[in-house]
Design a protein around this ligand. Structure first.
Ligand code: ADP
Ligand code: MG
Length: 677
């Protein structure tokens, strides 16, 4: 073992110590690496070329693509063309006509400024430019490789503007070419890009077609109407289901922080994926936080959980946009981003609520909840449907969504809501009352409600939201916990807490726009309060005398009678002049709460609401309704009857904020248990 080649620790140490030699990369390699970053896929080349055409004031841009862009991308425009003298340096790196000093970046209005795009294309493909400028009889054609002209420009016949051809893209980047060859969606991406460009730049006509195809896949004509161009590009089904939207913010010196105008889809629009077409200072960009903020509004507002179509154009003072954070300029970071996102989110929310309210709906029939098969309080029999059913005038129709019985619950939980065991005319059905919608403007913009909604949205945990939204319901684990699956995890979700939170949020979002459940026999508040007070006593085994209870009941009745107008107007809780409860709101379409819980609810209103402070007051009433309407055990019939003890009705709390409702209440009710898949 003492041969010369034998391994020794010393020999290895010597080998490791020897540092590798650093050498300069060849410029062509450097350029190719850089070019690969700017031009990531064929669609990035198309975007750069189209942006150049727009910068050249083109009014018509035509794109032809072969093999998803790998064989050929050809973009022709009718812009101002390129000067003959500029052709030699046109495709060198960092040659641009749009920027000369760093400060220009602050006020840049054009799409380009780095002078990198054309150069990059010549490092990863073969570029040929044909161009003619105004006042010249002929144009020039010249091809480029690695940033330089292959030969002198040749005179040629040309139509107004510039045509740039990129052939054999990524011919010298084997790995990228292979991955792209196998993916068929590059042409789709190009069509998508041009569709987006077309609906923003309505004064430019765009077309895009596959090489050799007679028909164009995008074909827009210059028009003055945004909606017309959306119709041409995305079709009638999209354009006819949009509502217009505006938002803006000015600061003290009355200079603007941002202005936004756009279109968003209404509740008739159905799609599995969000389409968000966002332009910031005319630049097509992405902004994930804004997209998420708008999606949240849709999930919470519409029953079908459809994803939205969004077109927005935001204008900011140019110095507020850093266009330089992304090599392809695809993402931008905005000054005041949080404020802008929040403002736009509220604008969308208001718009959706308005558009939702302007629809008419058919009358709704609500099945009684099987969790209350009998009703101990004889005053609370609900109006059975049947002989009393009358023809309803259109202006008195109430809203319902018959195609989606779970209604808005969809936006929160995918598990099946608590539904009736059977349905049919012989079940004692509950007829909702018929009520005319109120004038939205009178009430809907109370800022305290908006603040409460904002609080909810701000405290929303995106991870938990995702679980709740995309889980599958497996079954009930016991009286309280539902078993849910999300990806490869199983979760136990506390349905009581979840539904409480759901109801609370729905009360806020439907504020002042409830339809009603009519009680056939109005229930005297004083009796309800007595029932609740007695029950409370059983819990705490503290027997106060009945006189005192009657006094409390009487005082609370008077208090609630005084507040009756507000309770009815905003929450659809109707108390008549004689102190009888006669109406309750529909919080979730086709869901009736457990009527056994009315006494507790009324006591909660009497005891726990701070009537002085508007926000606290609304919050406490919403929370009381949330507690009342939540699904309480037994959610499913449980033969043994066990497991109920710990969920006995709670004694109402003295402080309204202590009412069981915290933004994370629902979240904390979810405990990851085990991975089973
Ligand atoms: P940038 O757009 O950042 O300036 P590019 O490499 O995309 O850099 O383009 C370099 C220059 O070529 C532009 O500044 C512009 O002057 C000119 N150019 C490119 N495309 C066109 C076109 N379609 N019409 C007129 N000029 C063009
Ligand atoms: Mg450019």
């Amino acid at each position: 073992m003492d041969t010369e080649e034998a391994w020794t620790p010393e020999a290895e140490a010597a080998a490791v110590k020897e540092p590798p030699k650093i050498h300069r990369l060849e410029e062509s390699v450097v350029n190719r690496i850089a070019a690969g970053e700017v031009i990531q896929r064929p669609v990035s080349a198309v975007k750069e070329l189209v942006e150049n055409s727009l910068d050249a004031d083109a009014t018509s841009i035509n794109v032809v693509v072969k093999d998803g862009g790998l064989k050929l991308i050809q973009v022709s425009d009718d812009g101002h063309g390129i000067r003959y003298e500029d052709l030699p340096i046109l495709c060198e790196r960092h040659t641009t006509s749009k920027l000369s000093k760093y400060e220009d970046l602050q006020s840049i209005k054009s799409m380009g400024f780095r002078g990198e795009a054309l150069a990059s294309m010549t490092y990863v493909g073969h570029v040929t430019v044909t161009t003619i400028t105004k006042g010249h009889l002929h144009g020039y054609r010249v091809s480029y490789r690695d940033g330089v002209m292959e030969s002198e420009p040749k005179a040629c016949a040309a139509v107004k503007g510039t045509q740039i051809m990129v052939e054999n893209l990524f011919y010298n980047m084997i790995a990228r070419r292979k991955t792209l060859q196998n993916s068929s969606d590059d042409y789709t991406k190009i069509v998508d890009l041009l569709s987006r460009m077309a609906i923003h730049h309505t004064n430019v006509s765009f077309s895009c077609r596959k090489h050799g195809a007679a028909r164009a896949d995008v074909h827009s004509i210059a028009t003055s109407s945004r909606l017309d161009s959306i119709r041409t590009v995305y079709g009638v089904s999209v354009a006819s289901n949009l509502v217009q939207l505006e938002a803006s913010e000015y600061n003290d010196s009355s200079s603007f922080v941002f202005k936004m105008d756009g279109y968003v889809s209404n509740s008739n629009y159905v799609a599995k994926k969000t389409t968000m077409v966002l332009f910031v200072n005319d630049r097509l960009v992405e902004c994930a936080p804004l997209k998420r903020a708008v999606e949240i509004v849709y999930a919470a507002t519409f029953p079908k959980a459809s994803k939205p179509f969004i077109y927005m154009s935001i204008v900011l003072p140019p110095e507020h946009v850093d266009v330089n954070v992304h090599p392809t300029k695809r993402e931008v970071s905005l000054l005041n981003q949080e404020l802008i996102v929040e403002k736009i989110q509220s604008a969308v929310e208001l718009k959706l609520r308005q558009s939702n309210d302007s629809r008419t709906y058919k009358e709704q029939t609500v099945e009684s909840s099987p969790s209350s098969p009998y009703n101990p309080s004889k005053d609370l029999h609900l109006n059975p449907s049947g002989s009393k059913l009358q023809k309803v005038p259109v202006n008195k129709m109430v809203r319902t969504d018959s195609s989606d019985p779970a209604g808005r619950l969809h936006a929160y939980v995918q598990s099946k809501p608590h539904t009736s065991v059977a349905s049919g005319p012989n079940l004692s059905a509950v007829r909702s009352s018929v009520r005319q919608r109120r004038n939205l403007n009178e009430t809907a913009d109370l800022t305290s409600i908006q603040e409460l909604i904002d609080d909810v949205d701000r405290n929303c945990h995106s991870g938990l939201l995702d679980i709740v939204r995309h889980c599958s319901f497996i079954g009930m684990a016991d009286d309280v916990y539902a078993l849910l699956q999300h990806n490869t995890h199983m979760y136990l979700a506390n349905v009581v807490s979840l539904s409480k939170e759901l109801m609370y949020q729905l009360v806020l979002r439907r504020f002042a726009h409830f339809n009603a459940i009519q009680l056939s026999d109005p229930a005297p508040l004083s009796e309800l309060l007595m029932l609740a007070l007695k029950e409370e006593d059983l819990d705490v085994e503290n027997s106060e005398n009945d006189d005192l209870k009657e006094k409390i009941a009487e005082m609370n009745t008077e208090l609630l009678k005084q507040k009756a107008e507000m309770l009815e107007e905003y929450f659809c809780v109707k108390i008549d002049t004689r102190g009888n409860l006669s109406r309750l709101p529909i919080i979730l379409d086709q869901y009736t709460p457990d009527m056994d819980r009315i006494p507790e609810f009324v006591l909660c209103l009497g005891n726990d609401v701070d009537w002085e402070d508007e926000k606290c007051c609304f919050q406490a009433i919403a929370a009381a309704l949330g507690n009342f309407y939540a699904m309480h055990p037994p959610l499913l019939p449980n033969p043994s009857g066990e497991g109920l003890q710990c969920y006995k009705k709670r004694k109402p709390l003295k402080n309204p904020v202590d009412i069981e409702r915290y933004p994370n209440d629902a979240g904390m009710a979810i405990h990851p248990r085990e991975v089973i898949v």
